[in-house]
Design a protein around this ligand. Structure first.
Ligand code: CTP
Length: 400
């Protein structure tokens, strides 16, 4: 198993002065748990919301607040501490970032420890803004965010929801898991390279009802499809996720369409493929369905002997494929490679991702996967056991 991509990575964690500053404590704890080294830098305003002592205890490092080393919080005693610290870091993450700090960075200010570090940085910078809705949507702030994005800063946009003011709207700090996913994405060398791409992903199992209580289903958890949707969104794509029953959750910004049966999934795929250029079919679509769904619960006393079944329609081959790029998945237990090659050809796919149920910690329900990618041009790529998120990143790179 590959080690966690965050292991040993050095992160400068910037915290600025807004109510969401308390969430930085949880983010720091998560990064440390994943094996990263974290040094926290707070703006003076951030210390009004959470104490340096808290963040120092969680990060196992001194917290920098003041820009000048002779201050009590300074820890290097050198005039060039900011250069040393930026050279140390693989990444700077600012979460939460106020609109004030965003504006300062956008205009090149270096008036506190954090903005000074950013100005001297050679490493990538991720900014996760948080503000009340009107502050966040203020055109000046939006312009500053766009400017930073165009300069190569990675922005994890604020989310919609209830805000500290009691108002509701966009401005809430992005969910912690999304910020950590963005950290992983950047630290493993990916960027927003799918801007303006419209990608449709299917995930999970489908359920074919027998009666109001029972169904024919399969063990798919949806994890691979949800990981692909996350990766595609973080890389800038416009993502639609059609999901069968799954306990996974998608990011708020992903267009989410829940379905239950194969025919429901087919209907939505056909509709959505008029708008999308890519289709990644990770869904484990049921191949069989009961001919008749009983409207009432079938009682034991009915002495049911058989359930008549018919085949579901193949979704991958049921829409106009002109100018579309289509990826299928194949989960096999025997003759894996031969079956995957046959499906690649028969279903006229651009790429097929092969999973073998013989591989340990791979396939249904696991967080990890080991796959082989087979392309239409005959190229094959073997990916060793790693997280489904990392596999998703690699699949998307092959697609590009
Ligand atoms: N698929 C589909 N529609 C179906 C069944 C499968 O679009 N009714 C897609 C799956 O989402 C997957 C690919 O076809 O991307 C291969 O699915 P798989 O179940 O491995 O193959 P099947 O064609 O169903 O063949 P078999 O079950 O016999 O292996």
């Amino acid at each position: 198993m590959r080690k966690d991509p965050l292991t040993g990575k050095k992160i400068i964690f910037g915290v600025t002065g807004c109510i969401a500053a308390y969430k930085s404590a949880l983010l720091i704890r998560d990064l440390i748990k994943r094996g990263a080294e974290v040094k926290v830098v707070m703006t003076p305003a951030a210390t009004q919301f959470i104490t340096p002592l808290t963040l120092s205890s969680l990060s196992n490092n001194n917290v920098v607040v003041n820009i000048f080393p002779e201050s009590t919080a300074g820890n290097t005693g050198m005039a060039t501490w900011h250069i040393d610290m930026t050279r140390w870091a693989d990444l700077i993450l600012i979460a939460p970032s106020t609109i004030n700090t965003i504006a300062k960075i956008a205009y090149g200010f270096a008036d506190n420890a954090l903005t000074t570090l950013v100005s001297a940085s050679r490493s990538p910078v991720i900014i996760a803004p948080a503000a009340d809705v009107d502050m966040y949507e203020n055109p000046l702030n939006q312009n500053n965010i766009s400017k930073l994005e165009s300069l190569g800063f990675y922005i994890v946009s604020a989310e919609e929801g209830e805000l500290a003011s009691g108002l509701s709207g966009i401005g809430r700090l992005a969910e912690s898991n999304k910020i950590i996913d963005a950290v992983e994405l950047i630290l493993t060398g990916y960027k927003k390279d799918l801007f303006n791409e419209k990608i449709l992903i299917t995930a999970g199992p489908t359920y074919e009802d027998i009666d109001p209580v029972r169904f024919i289903g399969n063990r798919s958890s949806g994890k691979m499809g949800y990981a692909l949707a996350k990766s595609a969104y973080l890389r800038g794509a416009d993502v639609t996720l059609i999901s069968g029953p799954s306990s996974e959750t998608a990011y708020q910004e992903i267009n989410y369409v829940p379905v239950r049966t194969a025919s429901e999934m087919k209907k939505v795929v056909v509709r959505e493929m008029k708008k999308n250029q890519f289709l990644i079919m990770t869904a484990a679509v049921a191949d069989f369905k009961p001919v008749r769904v009983s409207p009432g619960k079938i009682k034991k006393s009915n002495r049911l002997k058989e359930i008549k079944i018919s085949e579901t329609q193949d979704i991958l081959t049921s829409f106009n494929r002109e100018n579309k790029i289509v990826v299928g998945f194949a989960l096999e237990t025997n003759n894996e490679l031969a079956n995957a090659k046959r499906k690649l050809k028969e279903k006229q796919l651009d790429m097929i991702v092969l999973n073998s149920l013989k591989d340990k910690r791979s396939g249904f329900e696991f967080e990890t996967n080991k796959v082989m990618i087979l392309k239409k041009n005959g190229k094959t790529i073997k990916l060793p056991l790693q997280s489904k998120f990392q596999i998703a990143n690699k699949i998307l790179s092959e697609l590009i």
